[in-house]
Design a protein around this ligand. Structure first.
Ligand code: ATP
Ligand code: MG
Length: 573
């Protein structure tokens, strides 16, 4: 492409509503334009780069026998009623009506649609396993769209679904997808980690997230040198070690007027937050329950929700708290609750000797409370958020380390969650009806663009890895009116094009400095500069975008094409 013909509307400054580096650089380099909150247009440069990402993904999906399909974005409500997700999915689901008042979901994901497809054709174990995937738009009414295409309301995902006769077959295939995703990360040039994750609204009981490491990432991951890694919302906490030798004292009620927070009460009682047993009343699918955790820790609601197996978990309102405890907010405790409710205790509270709790009475606490003697929980489990200083739950030796990351992919073992509710069955070798076993695997294709930039930029702009770059080479004739320069530029351009290498020839009547700036901003990996002085000796200048200015090399003009072919073959990133 000649630059003068290309639609690459670069900007000197990013608009103020672009709230991270990648969003700023994508807008400034003319890849995308914002149309509304969480809505972006992909311009030619953006789309070309996206297509390169899709090529990488397609090749890896085909390598594991994935077959591409395209499912509608408008999904009938009835399918979502079958799985119960019409209600469970909540406000993130865009819902619309047609002229006959029939309701539809704008697809946020396609488990329902693909299971419907599978159940209508797959009847026998002989048709299994099968993996279908697609590239398509997903709609999610995100509570806070931000970071450009990273968290948009309309974005492109590669979603894949596999169907198996047995759990063991899914297990084996899941490993293949995991390996394919690792290859995709490597080919995109990512520094990444794979971590255990919570399954959220998609469901299933086992999932991994592929995290691109970046300080600007929205996710926090906990990991250990032993190989353990988990999203910090999922990271396990070990049961606490043995009790202290302190002697258990008798329970004692104390008046604590005008002291509400744990900090205040601890100060007032001259004890530490570690002595405090925090009691939080939740409502799980309409039922109030109590969750207990040590005063210096916090309840991890994702862990609590998965333990309870409920679809909705909310903090109780002051009215419900009063009903359950008999007191105002801030004085709940596991002893003498007014209403009998289930108590779920985190490991951290059972070893507290002489703990402090709310007395279920206004302005009153109880001290010297001990587990077993004074109260018992229905379940004791890992219910808290991981904190710095926690020991790795796998090797049980080293302290966990924490990093930030961008989730670009998520793979799930769904099991029979969808096949059960949608009755997707097949006949096994004995002619017996069985539920299909499913896996699903998503990659945020548009998010990959942003994640790559977050890991690969400098003060001048984006630095694309060669595999993804829309144009691999930029030819900059210092003066395109100079006949000799023009001829050399066009010769190299035509040779590269004949080899199917994407190349941009900057034929604009601009100063070389401006052309360099744009090439750097757009992030083109290889730059060939053709100037009068070098050309006298039959030379051109070659520079890799990753290197600084001083690394520019003088190369024979008739060797440059081979050099580039070599570099691309090596897969230089
Ligand atoms: P997140 O926790 O970031 O909201 P998710 O767990 O909801 O992600 P999945 O349902 O697993 O995401 O979707 C698969 C992939 O789609 C994610 O790994 C991510 O790369 C991408 N993705 C999800 N939501 C968005 C969004 N709002 N904008 C762009 N990409 C997204
Ligand atoms: Mg989400």
């Amino acid at each position: 492409m000649y630059y003068s013909k290309a639609f690459i509307p670069t900007l000197k400054e990013a608009p103020s509503d672009m709230d991270n580096i990648s969003a700023k650089l994508m807008v400034r380099s003319g890849m995308i334009r914002k149309l509304g909150s969480g809505l972006f247009e992909l311009l030619p440069l953006g789309l070309k780069t996206l297509e390169n990402v899709m090529t990488v993904i397609k090749e890896e999906m085909r390598a594991i026998d994935g077959q591409e399909v395209k499912l509608p974005l408008l999904l009938p409500k009835e399918l979502w009623i079958e799985t119960g997700r019409w209600n469970v999915y909540g406000k993130e689901l865009f819902r619309i009506k047609d002229r006959k008042n029939a309701e539809f979901a704008l697809a946020p994901t396609h488990e329902e649609a693909i299971t419907d497809l599978a159940r209508s054709f797959i009847k026998s174990y002989k048709q299994l396993p099968i993996m279908l995937y697609q590239f398509g738009i997903k709609f999610r009414d995100e509570i806070r769209p931000r970071f450009g295409v990273m968290r948009a309301r309309e974005f492109i995902m590669k979603d894949a679904y596999s169907f198996h006769a047995t759990e063991a077959d899914l297990e084996a295939y899941y490993k293949k997808v995991y390996a394919a995703y690792e290859k995709i990360c490597q080919r995109c040039g990512f520094k990444y980690r794979v971590v255990e994750a919570a399954s959220g609204a998609i469901g299933g009981n086992f999932s991994h997230e592929f995290m691109v490491l970046a300080d600007t990432g929205e996710e926090e991951i906990a990991w250990c040198n032993c190989g353990y890694g988990a999203n910090s919302e999922k990271a396990e906490c070990l049961p606490e070690d043995k009790k202290s030798d302190e002697k258990a004292l008798d329970m004692e009620e104390i008046l604590t007027p005008n002291v509400g927070t744990i900090e205040d009460v601890s100060k007032f009682l001259n004890s530490s937050a570690q002595k405090f047993i925090k009691t939080i009343i939740y409502v799980a699918d309409g039922e109030p329950v109590a969750a207990l955790v040590r005063g210096d820790y916090e309840i991890n609601e994702i862990k609590l929700q998965s333990l309870l197996g409920c679809s909705e978990l909310e903090l109780a309102t002051p009215e419900i708290i009063a009903e359950v405890t008999g007191a105002k907010v801030g004085f709940a405790g596991p002893v003498n609750l007014k209403k009998k409710i289930k108590i779920y205790a985190d490991y951290s509270v059972v070893n507290i000797v002489n703990g402090v709790i709310g007395a279920n009475k206004d302005d009153t606490h109880i001290k010297n409370v001990n587990y077993d003697r004074d109260y018992k929980a229905d379940v004791v489990a890992d219910l808290r958020k991981v904190v710095h200083g926690d020991i790795c739950p796998r090797c049980k030796k080293e302290k966990l380390q924490f990093s930030r990351g961008i989730e670009i992919g998520h793979v799930f073992k769904l099991g029979t969650k969808y096949s059960k509710s949608m009755k997707a069955t097949y006949l096994d070798a004995n002619g017996k009806e069985q539920l299909m076993v499913m896996g699903c695997y998503g990659i945020g294709v548009t998010r990959i663009l942003a994640a790559t930039i977050e890991q690969s930029y400098d003060e001048n702009g984006i630095i694309w890895p060669t595999a993804l770059a829309a144009y691999k080479v930029c030819i900059i004739p210092v003066d395109f009116k100079n006949e000799q320069i023009k001829q050399t530029a066009e010769k190299i351009y035509n040779e590269l094009r004949a080899l199917k290498i994407d190349v941009l020839l900057d034929d604009r009547d601009e100063r070389a400095g401006i052309k360099f700036k744009d090439a750097d901003l757009i992030g083109i990996p290889f730059r060939i500069t053709i100037g009068e002085k070098n050309l006298k000796d039959g030379n051109v200048e070659f520079k890799n975008r990753r290197d600084d200015k001083s690394a520019a090399k003088i190369i024979k003009a008739d060797e440059i094409v081979n050099l580039i072919v070599e570099k691309l073959k090596e897969g230089e990133i």
